[in-house]
Design a protein around this ligand. Structure first.
Ligand code: ADP
Length: 251
C-alpha cells in the first residue's frame, strides 16, 4: 500500500541553522507513527513540516519533498488552509479557545462555511464522542473550554481537530502536560482514532512510544537515524546510537 505521507530528502533551515538533514520516511495510513529522540533533534520541526506549520515562522526554508497521497504539499498553488484541514494538529499545551465547549468544536466547521445549526450540533456531538469526551460534558456544552481539567482540555482540542474531518492528526507531545491517568486516556483514544485516521506523534516519553505506536522513528541532530516497526526498534535496534538512546545512555 502506498504511504499516506512520504518525505524524501527533507532538509530544513531556520535562517542558516539546519534543523533537518535528508529525512526520508514513509508514514503508513491508519497507523500510529512515533517520533522520538533527545530534545532539539528536530522532531517538532519535522512534524510541523507535514502540514506546513513552519511556513508561519519567518526565515525558514525546506528542500526535498513531502507527498500527501502522492501529491507534493509544497508545490506552487497548494491551498494551505485545505492542507491543514486534511492534516490537523494537537499541541503540547492544551489550548482551547476561551469559548464554550460547543463553540470550540464548532469553530472549524464554521470557518469552513457550515452554518446549519442541526449539522453543527451533530458535528459537535460526533467529534466529542470520537474524542472520548462526550459523556463527561454532554450536559454542559455551554461551559467554558478552559474550565475543564487539563486532560479534558486536551481531548477537547482533539475533538476540535476532528471536527473538520482530517485524514492525518499530528500530535506534538500531547501528554507532556498531563497526569498519568489522563495520559493513558489519550493513548487509549489514539488506538480508537487510528481506525479512521493516520496519527503521527512526537513524544519524549519512550515508554509511550513503545506502548502506543506501530512505527517509531529515532531522530538525532536533525537526522532520522533509524525507523521501523516499534516492537523491533525497541527490542533489536540496528544502530548503536538508537540502542544507546533507548537504553538510557544519553538523552
Ligand atoms: P525537538 O522537537 O526534537 O525538541 P525542534 O524541532 O524543536 O526539536 O528543534 C530542532 C532545532 O531547531 C533546535 O536546534 C532548535 O533550537 C531549532 N529551532 C526550533 N524552533 C525554532 C525556531 N522557531 N526558530 C529558530 N530555531 C528553532
Amino acid at each position: 500500500m502506498d504511504p499516506k505521507i512520504r518525505t524524501t530528502n527533507v532538509d530544513f533551515y531556520y535562517d542558516s541553522v539546519q534543523a533537518l538533514r535528508h529525512v526520508t520516511l514513509d508514514i503508513r495510513e491508519h497507523q500510529i507513527t512515533a517520533l522520538i529522540g533527545p530534545s532539539g533533534c528536530g522532531k517538532s520541526t519535522f512534524l510541523r513540516s507535514l502540514n506546513r506549520m513552519n511556513d508561519t515562522i519567518h526565515g525558514t526554508r525546506l528542500t526535498g519533498e513531502v507527498l500527501l497521497d502522492g501529491t507534493d504539499i509544497y508545490a506552487n498553488g497548494v491551498d494551505v488552509v485545505q492542507l491543514r484541514k486534511r492534516v490537523g494538529m494537537v499541541f503540547q499545551q492544551p489550548n482551547p479557545f476561551p469559548k464554550s465547549i460547543y463553540e470550540n468544536v464548532a469553530f472549524g466547521p464554521r470557518v469552513l462555511g457550515e452554518s446549519r445549526r442541526d449539522r453543527l450540533e451533530q458535528m459537535v456531538e460526533d467529534s466529542l464522542k470520537a474524542a472520548g469526551l462526550w459523556d463527561e460534558v454532554k450536559g454542559d456544552l455551554r461551559k467554558s473550554g478552559v474550565a475543564l481539567s487539563g486532560g479534558q482540555q486536551q481531548r477537547l482540542c482533539i475533538a476540535r481537530a476532528l471536527a473538520v474531518e482530517p485524514e492525518v492528526i499530528l500530535m506534538d507531545e500531547p501528554c507532556s502536560a498531563l497526569d498519568p491517568l489522563s495520559t493513558l486516556k489519550i493513548e487509549e483514544l489514539m488506538q480508537e482514532l487510528k481506525r479512521e485516521y493516520t496519527i503521527v506523534i512526537v513524544t519524549h516519553n519512550m515508554q509511550q512510544a513503545a506502548r502506543a505506536s506501530d512505527w517509531t522513528g529515532f531522530f538525532l541532530l536533525g537526522e532520522l537515524i533509524e525507523y521501523g516497526v516499534t516492537a523491533e526498534l525497541f527490542s533489536r535496534p540496528q544502530d548503536k546510537r538508537t540502542e544507546d538512546y533507548i537504553t538510557g545512555r544519553f538523552g
